[in-house]
Design a protein around this ligand. Structure first.
Ligand code: SF4
Ligand code: SF4
Length: 447
């Protein structure tokens, strides 16, 4: 449902979308941003800001936009948010800033405004990295090694570098970005925006070292070489379920699917020949794939599968209204033809002789009692070519460091070692990881 006063991003037609991986939403124009800013009431209590995980100074930024001071608005945005072009695209604004705006359903579309300023920064270089650096730095020069280049690591790197620290980011894979690159599809976050964001950080002075997998003994060396360490290794280990038939090669995890498509660029088929299961062109929209789970990763997997040519059913053990996925992603998935089956859970996978649908998936009905989901005896069957598990992820601990981590705390049991992002809280939103990264940087700088 759309509300008359609120600013909405223009979107590609759903029939066009499922033919390619182009970004679905379009950025707004300056005049749209100015019109949206004019609606803001500059509330003293600023619930929009209080409910943003990094407390973006929303009314103050909007006031600068009203005064046509776009550069100052961007500078103020960057005081709290190192990745506005990214968070403007992927934040669940309905849960944070916009969901708490006093204008309720006609809330100010701050996500769109943030994306506009972030894109201008990266695409038009409205501010040079040099301009961001404070004129006076503390006399003590510190060195910090950050392990992991996802949103938490990038956030820490930004704030530390701005404050004069020497920062080296170590990434296990051969490209920088972590979950921003391998988890989020091109149609939600174009790689070009991520690459520009990383170039901006490099220009600021952050050093990135790729293909550097840090094991316990490497960590010991880093402790000798650097003043501080930040572990930001994320949560990329997929959760699995133990049911008969789950080891079928036609059951894969969303992490594997998204990694192949996003990171290994299977979405550029036939230019890139990364192997990924997809229906033959004559069977497009005739072959079923079932996605289990209904969070953001499940929505990404379902929408990727639609673009690969599958008919997609999302099977969820609760009601879709209880999903933690971003509202826009659920809506987009529905528009793109993804179907939802609520209150079901897979209990068995077996094979059939049907060459198109060789998987028989037995789903048990469920009922929800409070926080508990109860599996009932009644079952139903789905036939599919592929089943994709998107039921959550576990944390990527460097071996031997699990006991150092205190859940939800950026401090560890080791005095010079910190931790940020999904490693301390399990898989969460990009902006929560950015907030942790910022908090971690502040704690390092306070030492
Ligand atoms: Fe809203 Fe996210 Fe920006 Fe905060 S960072 S103001 S939650 S879009
Ligand atoms: Fe503006 Fe809404 Fe924030 Fe009030 S709550 S300052 S109207 S964005």
């Amino acid at each position: 449902m759309r509300f008359p006063d609120k600013l909405y991003l223009a979107e590609l037609d759903p029939n066009e979308r499922i033919e390619n991986f182009a970004e679905v939403t379009r950025s707004v124009t300056l005049s749209q941003v100015q019109q949206e800013a004019a609606r803001c009431l500059s509330c003293k209590s600023k619930p929009c800001s209080t409910n943003c995980p990094i407390h973006t100074k929303i009314p103050e930024i909007i006031r600068l936009i009203k005064n046509n001071s776009l550069k100052e608005a961007t500078l103020l945005l960057l005081k709290d948010n190192p990745l506005p072009a990214i968070t403007g695209r992927v934040c669940p604004q309905e849960r944070y800033c916009e969901g708490n705006c006093v204008l309720a359903k006609n809330s100010i579309s701050f996500g769109a405004i943030e994306r506009f300023l972030g894109d201008k920064l990266l695409l038009e270089s409205t501010i040079s990295p040099e301009e961001l650096k404070p004129k006076e730095l503390s006399s003590k020069k510190i060195s910090v090694a950050i392990i992991g280049s996802g949103p938490a690591g990038l956030s820490s790197a930004f704030f530390l570098t701005l404050n004069g620290a020497e920062v080296a980011v170590f990434e296990a894979l051969d490209k920088v970005g972590g979950v921003l690159r391998y988890g989020i599809p091109e149609f939600r976050l174009p790689k070009m925006i991520l690459d520009l964001q990383i170039s901006f950080l490099e220009e600021l002075g952050v050093q990135f070292f790729t293909s550097c997998r840090i094991e316990k003994e490497d960590l010991e060396k880093l402790v000798e070489e650097f003043d501080y360490i930040i572990m930001a290794t994320g949560a990329g280990l997929p959760r699995l379920i133990d049911i008969p038939g789950i080891n079928s090669p036609r059951v894969i995890t969303a992490n594997e699917l998204l990694f192949r498509v996003n990171y290994m660029e299977a979405y550029k088929f036939p230019e890139k020949l990364t192997p990924v299961k997809r229906p033959a062109s004559e069977l497009r929209d005739k072959v079923h794939a079932v996605v289990v789970g209904a969070g953001n990763t499940a929505m990404d997997a379902a929408r990727v599968l639609r673009r690969l040519g599958y008919k997609v059913i999302v099977a969820y053990r609760r009601s879709i209204s209880e999903s933690r996925a971003r509202y826009a992603e659920i809506t987009h998935a529905m528009e793109e033809g993804v179907k939802f089956k609520e209150y079901v859970v897979p209990v068995k996978v077996s094979s059939t002789n049907d060459p198109i649908h060789p998987l028989k998936i037995t789903l048990a009905k469920t009922k929800v009692e409070g926080k508990k989901v109860i599996t009932l005896e009644k079952t139903e069957t789905l036939y599919a070519s592929l089943m994709v598990l998107a039921i959550g992820s576990r944390r990527n601990f460097i071996e031997g460091t699990r006991d150092w981590i205190k859940d939800f705390s950026t401090k560890t049991t080791q005095s010079r070692i910190f931790a940020a992002g999904d490693i301390i809280r399990g898989a969460a939103t990009v902006i929560e990881a950015v907030a942790d990264g910022k908090r971690c940087a502040e704690q390092v700088l306070e030492r």
